[in-house]
Design a protein around this ligand. Structure first.
Ligand SMILES: [Zn+2]
Length: 233
């Protein structure tokens, strides 16, 4: 096979390989978790934390309530137990009981308020969790699709790498050096086919002498306009 043909086959694989590597990079970029998932996760965690804090507040209040209740009962027992007969002392106990009951009443109001806030907090948390689950499901499906694409891209790249290596093994070091240099300077396109007497690389109409040279199996012929290796159709 003329060298230009082999180089053209190599170029096709190199171009495909470049495109696949770009796709591979794009997939890796697209696999980074987006802000929407991170935000939903933060919102759900914050709702859970706020609810937990309210539940702790309620539990603390319940404990305080029990303590106050026990204290009131014990003071009442003292007051009505018959052991205290001193009026001043009895008045003191009555005041203490009143003060404890005021604290209890205030505590009850606070607990009602907290219970109401817990109900709201539970609703907020449920909404945030459901939204997070929905966003995560959608994201996971997207990720699964990307992984599938990545596997296909990597499999094709692996087989292309073998083909490229095999083709390069068939080409002389001198021709490969020319090809590689042109590929670098001509945006990945070192070899141009001749289509309707035109160089496919720069579209110039080629002189007959260039076309005749390209038809010879060797040496390599070049477009006098753009310098690419010519491949006779
Ligand atoms: Zn050209």
């Amino acid at each position: 096979m003329p060298v230009a043909d082999t180089l053209y086959q190599l170029q096709q694989r190199d171009q495909r390989s470049d495109a696949l590597r770009k796709r591979q990079r794009d997939i890796h970029t697209a696999l980074a978790e987006p802000a929407s998932v991170l935000n939903a996760r933060t919102t759900a965690a914050e709702a859970q934390r706020a609810l937990g804090a309210l539940q702790t507040t309620l539990r603390d209040a319940e404990l305080e309530r029990q303590t106050l209740d026990t204290k009131i009962k014990s003071e009442e027992k003292r007051l009505y137990g018959g052991k205290v007969t001193n009026v001043k002392e009895m008045t003191g106990i009555e005041h203490e009981i009143e003060s404890l009951k005021r604290r209890l009443s205030k505590l009850d109001d606070g607990m009602l308020e907290t219970m109401f806030e817990i109900e709201q907090g539970q609703a907020t948390q449920a909404t945030a969790t459901a939204k997070l689950a929905q966003i995560e499901r959608r994201w996971e499906a997207h990720v699964a699709g990307l992984h599938e694409q990545l596997v296909a891209v990597e499999a094709e790249l692996a087989s292309l790498t073998t083909e490229i290596s095999d083709l390069r093994g068939d080409i002389s070091a001198t021709d490969l050096a020319i090809y590689d240099r042109l590929r670098d300077s001509k945006h990945g396109r070192a070899v141009a086919r001749i289509v309707m007497s035109r160089c496919e690389g720069c579209q110039v109409t080629l002189p007959n002498i260039d076309i005749a040279r390209a038809r010879q199996p060797s040496p390599l012929a070049y477009c006098s306009q753009c310098g690419r290796i010519l491949l006779a159709g």
